[in-house]
Design a protein around this ligand. Sequence first.
Ligand SMILES: C[S@@+](CC[C@H](N)C(=O)[O-])C[C@H]1O[C@@H](n2cnc3c(N)ncnc32)[C@H](O)[C@@H]1O
Length: 267
Amino acid sequence: MDSNRKKYTEANRQAWNEVTPYHQKANKERLYHLFAQPGYSCLDATITKKLREWGIAGKDVAQLGCNNGKELISLKNLGAARAVGFDISDSAIDEARSLARHAGVESELVRTDIYEIPKEYYNRFDLLYISIGVLPWMPNLIDFFQVAARILRAGGAIFIYEMHPFMQMVDEQRKEAPVQLQESYFRKEPWVDTDSLDYYSHTEYQASPKYNFPYTVSGLLMALISNGIRIEYMEELEDDISCCFTEIEKLKPGLPMSFILIGKKTE
Ligand SMILES: C[S@@+](CC[C@H](N)C(=O)[O-])C[C@H]1O[C@@H](n2cnc3c(N)ncnc32)[C@H](O)[C@@H]1O
């Protein structure tokens, strides 16, 4: 599994390196303008409320899959003591360093495959933040949460704010109702494609192959539980935090489009 896993994660590294310039072109000016405001946070009201309720001030925080660092910088601006972002993409980490410098926010940005986070980070964090669009890039959730549990201190928390895996079944190309289910919820094999990853400005370019991995709610819960993470809170939401399904989000009653999950390392 390890060599396969590396094959997948290195392919995905390449894909994220390719798309960063397109994302920068679409976003850089706006982000630099927003983060010039002292204390700025891009995190939405739902997750900000939960983070504040749990307590973020003074915590040592890490983000797994931090991309351009906008959420990590926001976590620091919400009061985190230490902010460390991990991401496999060279260009995303370069961009995150540059945004943090521009915002004048102290942070540590580490280019690494999450599965290979160095031992120096073990038992160092009070809170791990994992947000939209990270879990589907992980070939193996049990191993992923093993690393997450290792870098947390005992009593530390994992915060997940992700798209609901139910949405993996929905045809993303079909923007309007009625909703079409095109995939089995229980699909096992990865999706592989060479489509553009530019979900901001939708520039078409020939991407190198990238791999996404289906998962289920029970698969996620068992990956956490089997790594000594106790589930403290879970809420399924009708909100499309991906912006891929804005029309479907208007349907009532709504679909499970996203979720918040908080787990705690017990020992
Ligand atoms: C959709 S983006 C996350 C976006 C983030 N929630 C945000 O709003 O900025 C997914 C990120 O996961 C990273 N990633 C994918 N596979 C990874 C791996 N094996 N190790 C570390 N980072 C990985 C990608 O490089 C990418 O930056």
